[in-house]
Design a protein around this ligand. Structure first.
Ligand code: ZN
Ligand code: ZN
Length: 193
């Protein structure tokens, strides 16, 4: 029988996301947050979020659906899609998250810019890990950071994503640790490291 660890961050691929890419993202998430992780598809497709007028997918209802389907042992969710995401006020987003909530999502679609097929380069994987940690960071209550090298810096252009580091700045790290302490006080512990 499958073992479920409490307080797991679930990585939920939706659509065609390659296994080795998922594994690389999972490792990045584990390193960044210290909670147990697993790769489990929670929903089958995002057809319900399709906007025919824009020919894109609205990320906010996907977050709601992911959050609604979260199993009991799930602390946070990172959905990964290969379609182009938007929120109404922007032309596109690399991802979105519920601030201080459960669900986050990233899209591989625009992160493939300038990357050659079959999309396996370290540069591409690095972008995915950064966006994954960024969006999950929001679910741990982190807001956008002015420090350009910080992973919580808001990036509008892909060059900005490449420019920022894979780390939380000192300030965001403190805020993240405070949030993890707050969760721990509620019995929500990360893995011992
Ligand atoms: Zn953000
Ligand atoms: Zn920061």
């Amino acid at each position: 029988m499958r073992q479920f660890l409490p307080n797991t961050i679930i990585i939920s691929p939706i659509g065609e996301i390659e296994d080795d890419i998922l594994k690389a993202i999972e490792k990045g998430v584990k390193d960044a947050f210290g909670y147990p992780t697993e790769i489990t598809p929670l929903i089958e497709n995002v057809d319900f979020a399709y906007d025919a007028h824009r020919d894109q997918y609205h990320s906010t209802p996907i977050l709601k659906r992911l959050s609604d389907t979260a199993p009991a042992h799930c602390l946070k969710i990172l959905g990964i899609v290969d379609v182009d995401l938007f929120i109404p006020i922007l032309t596109h987003v690399y991802g979105e998250a519920q601030l201080g909530g459960k669900a986050s999502i990233i899209s591989t679609y625009r992160l493939k810019k300038g990357i050659l097929e079959p999309f396996r380069s370290e540069k591409y994987v690095c972008r995915l890990r950064k966006e994954a940690a960024h969006e999950l960071g929001h679910t741990f209550n982190l807001k956008h950071c002015r420090e350009q090298s910080c992973i919580m810096h808001y990036c509008r252009r892909i060059e900005d994503v490449d420019h920022k580091s894979e780390r939380f700045c000192r300030y965001c790290k403190i805020l993240l640790n405070d949030e993890i302490k707050r969760l721990r006080a509620k019995g929500i512990k990360p893995l011992p490291t």
